[in-house]
Design a protein around this ligand. Sequence first.
Ligand code: B12
Length: 235
Amino acid sequence: GAAEGGAGGAAGMPVPPALADAADEVRAMERLILTGRATPMVAATERLLEGHDALDVIDGVFIPALDAVGERFERGEFFLPQLMASAEAVKAGFDVVRSRQGEAVPTDDGTAIVLATVQGDIHDIGKNIVRMLLENYGYRVIDLGRDVAPERVVQAVREHGARLVGLSALMTTTVRAMEQTIALLHEQVPGTAVFVGGAVLTADYAREIGADYYGKDAAEAARIAERFFAAHPAI
Ligand code: B12
């Protein structure tokens, strides 16, 4: 049918080198995401994960396909129901990735990290990827979910004695809530470090709103945590 796509795949995305041996499966999966089909995503993801790294699947298929969906939405070619269906399809795939990771064993040696998507923002796919990677690195992540008020972040930091907080924002309109959360944390629990991420942010912008660190992706989030806890060992 019309959704079958051409040589460049459904969204014209190049197949990443790490997945080159599964180009057809990758393109089929892109089409499932672009057409918002969650049910077949489960088996497709399971198949692609045989012999491929979870992060390669996330970075090489899930994220570029979602970017293509976002671009179509911006151009007025896709509407909200399609955006939602595509997000559901990725969620179905991501759930497969998560279930195969097994239970991460947290080290709980003063390396708790509070994580949240800021108030007014319900985008949590990126945050969940960050969480998964941090857990794989052995950090205990207290995930407050999405649309989280600044006061709740402060409360969780106090409750768990966390010294590092990760905040996610995906919209220009919610960066303000991120700035307010950072200000409240720095004021009420001095010594807390905040690292931020999300598609709308840049390193400069992050500095401007008072963040201590900026991470462009989940791998960088893990590097920030490693560096932070190495430089600030628990007493
Ligand atoms: C999926 C999606 C949705 C889904 C979200 C489902 C969910 N559970 O998350 C649904 C359909 C619900 C949705 C709703 C809306 N959306 Co939307 N959505 C998207 C879309 C297509 C993809 C986002 C995504 O998940 N990307 C993939 C993830 C993995 O990327 P990421 O979040 O950036 O995360 C990575 C990095 O940024 C980083 N990272 C993320 N968080 C953190 C945190 C830390 C601490 C660190 C270090 C790193 C880090 O690591 C991640 C992994 O590499 C984007 C377009 C786009 N390409 O961004 C639009 C987009 C974000 N949405 C947009 C809009 C406008 C909306 C709505 C307002 C639409 C509407 N009219 O109702 C609502 C918002 C409702 C609300 N109050 O929040 C706009 C925002 C415009 C803007 N600049 O402000 C975008 C950009 C689309 C567009 N081009 O217009 N959306």
